[in-house]
Write a protein that binds this ligand. Structure first.
Ligand SMILES: [Zn+2]
Length: 252
């Protein structure tokens, strides 16, 4: 199995939304990426990034940057994959920067965390900013709703999801074990935007439940330690410069 990080551009937030109650008034520009897995049993997308036009229309203060080369379609083309070849899409959660290219894959099976899907349609008042049901609802799409509690849900052999609520209500993180002696890969996704968030247990300002988020941080960190996994942070400008991006890949 080959695991590709698809570079999707950058967004901007006030830094206090990444470090709760700290750093107000400081601009925080951060990378966004999606993950594509070329798996012997099928082609899998974990998250699908953001759409620059949508952000400029709905949340212009996030000042998106995304070149023509950084759309999900262009990133897949770089490795010779057409959108219609994707078999499975799993969204960690349904904030716009993790699901906006879902519409490219109408033939795929979509696996959603049940509570996350419900929250995306009827968010709590403080959660409205990140959600838009129009990004999620694709007429005629095949869906599987999962409610995985405390077990590890296998998406495909060596690719699994765990429930890690707190940033959003039904948030999922991903664990990928490429096998053949390759190091396991752990994607907390928005359990921790940055290494600083995870290592120092600094919660992001954006969360649905701070206690749940803290528990999810411990959970992901513990699993990564146990399996010797490399952790990829979802929105860490410094760490990101060290990641291999498509067409390079992890696993093999
Ligand atoms: Zn998010």
């Amino acid at each position: 199995m080959k695991v590709y990080l698809l570079d999707n551009g950058t967004l901007m937030l006030d830094k206090s939304l990444a470090t709760w109650n700290h750093n107000q008034g400081i601009e925080f520009r951060f990378p966004v990426f999606a993950v594509f897995i070329d798996h012997p049993d099928g082609k899998i997308m974990l998250d699908t990034g953001f759409d620059k036009d949508w952000v400029e229309r709905k949340l212009p203060f996030e000042k998106p940057t995304q070149t023509a080369d950084q759309t999900i379609e262009a990133q897949l083309a770089k490795i010779g994959v057409k959108p219609e070849e994707i078999d499975i899409v799993v969204n960690s959660h349904l904030h716009f920067d993790h699901c906006s290219a879902n519409k490219l894959f109408p033939q795929a099976k979509f696996i959603f965390s049940r509570s996350e899907l419900r929250h995306s349609f009827v968010p709590d008042p403080w959660e409205k900013l990140g959600y838009d049901p129009d990004l999620v609802n694709i007429p005629g799409m095949k869906t599987e709703l999962i409610d995985i509690g405390d077990y590890e849900y296998e998406i495909a052999s060596g690719v699994s999801a765990i429930l890690t609520p707190g940033h959003s209500n039904g948030h999922l993180s991903f664990i990928v074990r490429p096998g053949d002696g390759h190091q396991p890969l752990v994607f907390p996704v928005d359990v921790a935007y940055t290494r600083h968030n995870l290592e120092n247990k600094v919660l992001m300002g954006l969360h649905s439940d701070p206690e749940d988020l803290l528990r999810s941080m411990h959970k992901v960190e513990n699993i990564a330690k146990k399996i010797g996994g490399k952790i990829f942070f979802s929105h860490d400008p410094e760490e990101y410069t060290t990641y291999k991006l498509a067409p390079e890949y992890y696993g093999g």
